[in-house]
Design a protein around this ligand. Structure first.
Ligand code: TXA
Ligand code: MG
Length: 336
């Protein structure tokens, strides 16, 4: 298959929409990361997503829609879901809803009775959804367990030749995935995945209901429940990732260089100046850092780094999603 890179102008969006309506695969920008989209009502098209990603069929996908009304047609929204949708859509919040029979293919939900839905806050994504006129199933547009793509070139490197179209909408603004909440039960609301929308913002909007963030964990509950035995290692580059305090960066770099590794460094706020193949300095605020961390991991991998030493980030709530992704990226690869 030849993958076509299309500029996300009116013509590109029209062509991408036609490919999607025909059951094809289109990687498109969202405000979080690039998604690998297919029409959600087409079993065969959704299966093609799983084949391209190498994703287990047991891991359900997020359905993207253009409006709250379209979300209502896919899943039943209770009072809490409506409050959160009104507060944060379009935006990086995914809601788990009771699935409406027949609205999406079984492959989208891995056969389950719930469906995860969001309205992305990205002009290209919304224009594409309106042009297609159908909900789109779209997990992140990377091979399973690899680092999510925040730029079209990341998608091409990971899935070139495996998807029909990559729609080039430039870099994704938020840089990490949406926050996933299950608002169906009684108090408290369950945070299933920390993400670009901070849990604190959700708690304010949901008050007086509270939000439980299971916090530090390797295996998120939905993965344990839906994909028993699945690896905690996610979002991981081919290189080994280690997270250490700034004071320990130099020693960690030396240790890996002593093993003849090409070593890269990711710092926050200012350069460490430790001699290495490539040092990338990200912002020292959580939002700015999140927008650059996946791109940094992609760039260091592309620069041939076999080890990446990441300076530890702060321990407060604003950084929860970034810490989660770094923790997952630094789980060692299974030894063959
Ligand atoms: O920001 C995002 O959420 C991006 C963009 C493309 O929208 N998408 C994304 O998709 O991160 P993916 O496939 O990489 O992660 C989707 C997560 C998976 O961990 C999956 O287990 C969970 O959503 N999920 C999907 N359906 C679910 C459901 N019905 N109940 C619980 N979790 C669900
Ligand atoms: Mg993903």
């Amino acid at each position: 298959m030849v993958t076509v890179l299309l500029r996300a102008d009116a013509e590109g969006i029209r062509r991408a929409a036609a490919v999607l309506r025909d059951g094809g695969l289109v990687a498109f920008p969202t405000e979080t990361v690039y998604g690998l989209g297919a029409r959600a009502d087409d079993e065969g098209a959704v299966r093609r997503i799983y084949a391209a990603k190498g994703r287990p069929a047991t891991n359900p996908s997020i359905v993207h829609v253009a409006s709250v009304e379209d979300a209502e047609r896919v899943g039943a929204m209770g009072a809490a879901a409506r409050v959160l949708a009104a507060a944060f859509w379009p935006g990086p919040l995914t809601l788990v809803l009771d699935r409406r029979p027949g609205a999406v293919a079984d492959a989208v939900t891995a056969g389950g009775s719930t469906v995860a839905v969001r309205v992305p806050d990205d002009a290209v994504a919304l224009a594409l959804l309106r042009e297609v006129g159908l909900p789109l199933a779209a997990p992140s547009a990377n091979r399973s367990t690899h680092v999510s793509p925040t730029r079209p070139e990341h998608v091409l490197r990971s899935l070139g030749g495996l998807v029909d179209v990559v729609l080039d909408g430039g870099p994704a603004a938020r840089g990490i995935e949406s926050t996933i909440v299950d608002p169906r039960g009684e108090d408290p609301l369950r945070l299933l995945r920390p993400g670009a929308l901070p849990a604190a913002a959700i708690a304010i909007a949901a008050a007086p209901r509270t939000v439980v963030d299971p916090g530090h964990r390797l295996d998120a509950p939905w993965e344990v429940a839906i994909a028993p035995g699945s690896q905690a290692r996610h979002y991981a580059p081919a290189a080994a990732v280690v997270v250490v305090d700034r004071a320990a960066v130099e020693a960690a770099v030396h240790q890996h260089q002593a093993r003849q590794f090409r070593v890269g460094v990711v710092a926050a706020g200012s350069a460490t100046g430790v001699p290495c193949a490539l040092e990338i300095v990200l912002a020292d605020d959580a939002t700015g850092y999140a927008s650059g961390i996946y791109a940094a991991l992609h760039d260091l991998e592309a620069a041939g780094c076999q080890a990446i030493v990441v300076e530890r980030v702060p321990d407060d709530g604003a950084w929860a999603a970034v810490r989660d992704r770094l923790r997952r990226a630094s789980v060692p690869a299974p030894t063959p």
